[in-house]
Design a protein around this ligand. Structure first.
Ligand SMILES: Nc1ncnc2c1ncn2[C@@H]1O[C@H](COP(=O)(O)OP(=O)(O)OP(=O)(O)O)[C@@H](O)[C@H]1O
Ligand SMILES: N[C@@H](CCO)C(=O)O
Length: 391
C-alpha cells in the first residue's frame, strides 16, 4: 500500500504512547464453510506497540519465527494500518506475547494482522475504524474467515458482495458448546494446504456442502429451537458501524444466556483511568435482534446437538487435504466414530472437535493418542480488544 506523500510524523512524545492489543485464536471453515465460517477461541496473542524516537525493535515471547525486520507479519500490518491512517511513526517498539501456534490452523496469521492493524488504528488517534480494519485485514490475509472471527468474536460468516467491502454476520454459539483442539507438532502453512485443492468440484459435492453449511449455521446459532425458547437471529455487521448492528439476545431460552468475557483472561486489570479500551465484537448499546421465526422441535426433528455431527461434513476441502495429513486424518476418523463433530481446523493440521457438553469433551480427549497436544478452549465471544496507553 502506498503511503500518502505528506503523512504527518507520529512522534514519540505524543500523549498516546502505546497500544495494547489482545486477539483470539480462530478456527476457520468448520467443515463446509470454506473461506466463510470462523469460530473465535479463548487463546490469545497480545501485542504492545510503542511509538519511539527512531528504528524498529521487536521482542517476542512464546511462538517465534525469528523474524526481526520489516517482513515480520505484525510489522507489515502495522505499516499498512499507519499508511491507512495517514501517519508515519518515527520509530516502533513491538512486544509480542505469542500463544497461538503458527502454521497449525488456529489463525495465527489472522491474529497477527488484526493485531497490527488495530494497534495502528488506535495510535492513529480516535476510535479504531473496525470496518476499515476488517477490510484491510482481509486484503492482507487473502480470505476473510479467520479475520472476521478474530475481530468480532463468536461464530462468524464472512463474504464479499462483488466489488464491495467484505461483510460479516456473527452470532453467539450455544453456551454448552465445548471446543477441544488437538494440535500436532508439525506445521503446515495455509499456502501449502491450498495447493491440494482442486479448481472445481462436482455439482453434487457442491450441493451437499451447501446444505451442510446451512445446517452448520443453524446449529451454531443454537437452532432449531422450541417456541418457548424463542428464535435467534444472526447479526449482520455493515461497513460504517463499529460492529454488528444487531445481536441475537432476543431469546431468553437455554443456550442464549450472556456473559461478558472481561476479566476472564486477566485483562480487566488494564482498564484503569489511563487506558481507553475498545472491543470490536461487542459494541456498546447494541440493539436486540429481530425475530425471524420460531421452529418447534417435534419428535423426529433434530436439535443443534444432533445437527452438528452432520453439519461439519464437507466435500470442498477436507477430502483433498487429509491424505497429506495421515495422523490428523486418523484422529478425525476416531472422533467421528465416537460421535463427535470433528473437523480439520482451518487449513490444518490441527483438529477441532465441537463437543456439545462436558461429557463429550471428556470423550474427545480420550481419542487424542500421542501425536497431539489437547486443549479445551472456550468460545471467545468478544473478539479483538485494543487499549490505548496514555503517557
Ligand atoms: N504473531 C506472529 N508474528 C509474526 N508472524 C506471524 C505471527 N503469526 C503468524 N505469523 C506468520 O504467519 C505464518 C503462519 O500463517 P499460516 O496462514 O500459514 O497459518 P495459520 O494462520 O497459523 O493457520 P490457518 O490460517 O490455517 O488458521 C507463520 O509461519 C508466520 O510467518
Ligand atoms: N479458509 C482457509 C483458512 C485457513 O487460513 C483455508 O482453509 O485455506
Amino acid at each position: 500500500m502506498n503511503r500518502p506523500a505528506a503523512a504527518p510524523l507520529l512522534a514519540a512524545s505524543r500523549t498516546a504512547q502505546a497500544a495494547r492489543v489482545r486477539v483470539p485464536a480462530t478456527s476457520a471453515n468448520l467443515g463446509p464453510g470454506f473461506d466463510a465460517c470462523g469460530l473465535a477461541l479463548g487463546l490469545y496473542d497480545e501485542l504492545t506497540v510503542t511509538v519511539t524516537g527512531a528504528g524498529l525493535s521487536i521482542e517476542v515471547t512464546g511462538e517465534d519465527d525469528g523474524v526481526r525486520d520489516e517482513t515480520h507479519l505484525v510489522v507489515r500490518a502495522l505499516r499498512a494500518g499507519f499508511a491507512a491512517a495517514g501517519i508515519t511513526p518515527a520509530g516502533i517498539r513491538l512486544n509480542c506475547v505469542n500463544r497461538i501456534p503458527h502454521g497449525r490452523g488456529l489463525g495465527s496469521s489472522a491474529a497477527a494482522i488484526v493485531g497490527g492493524l488495530l494497534a495502528a488504528s488506535a495510535l492513529g488517534g480516535g476510535r479504531p475504524d473496525i470496518p476499515e480494519v476488517f477490510t484491510l485485514a482481509c486484503r492482507l490475509e487473502g480470505h476473510p474467515d479467520n479475520v472476521a472471527a478474530a475481530l468480532y468474536g463468536g461464530f462468524t460468516i464472512a463474504w464479499h458482495d462483488s466489488d464491495g467491502p467484505p461483510r460479516v454476520a456473527r452470532t453467539d454459539p450455544p453456551e454448552d458448546l465445548r471446543p477441544v483442539v488437538f494440535v500436532p507438532t508439525r506445521r503446515q502453512s495455509t499456502a501449502q494446504s491450498r495447493v491440494a485443492l482442486p479448481a472445481g468440484v462436482p455439482h453434487a459435492d457442491a450441493a451437499m456442502s451447501a446444505g451442510r453449511a446451512a445446517l452448520l449455521a443453524m446449529a451454531m446459532s443454537g437452532g432449531p429451537r422450541p417456541r418457548s425458547g424463542g428464535a435467534g437471529t444472526a447479526a449482520v455487521a455493515s461497513p460504517g458501524t463499529p460492529g454488528p448492528e444487531n445481536n441475537d439476545r432476543a431469546a431468553a431460552g437455554p443456550g442464549n444466556g450472556r456473559r461478558r468475557g472481561d476479566g476472564q483472561n486477566g485483562y480487566a486489570g488494564l482498564a484503569d483511568d489511563r487506558l481507553a479500551g475498545f472491543s470490536a465484537g461487542r459494541p456498546a448499546g447494541s440493539q436486540t435482534g429481530k425475530q425471524v421465526g420460531n421452529q418447534h422441535v417435534r419428535p423426529g426433528a433434530v436439535s443443534w446437538r444432533d445437527a452438528l455431527l452432520a453439519a461439519v461434513d464437507d466435500r470442498l476441502h477436507q477430502p483433498y487435504r487429509l491424505p497429506s495429513m495421515p495422523e490428523t486424518s486418523d484422529l478425525l476418523a476416531r472422533l467421528r466414530a465416537a460421535g463427535l463433530a470433528a473437523v480439520l481446523s482451518g487449513s490444518g493440521p490441527t483438529v477441532l472437535a465441537l463437543a456439545v457438553d462436558q461429557d463429550q469433551a471428556a470423550l474427545a480427549r480420550t481419542c487424542a493418542g500421542s501425536d497431539f497436544s489437547v486443549f479445551d478452549l472456550p468460545v471467545d465471544r468478544d473478539g479483538a480488544r485494543v487499549e490505548l496507553v496514555v503517557g
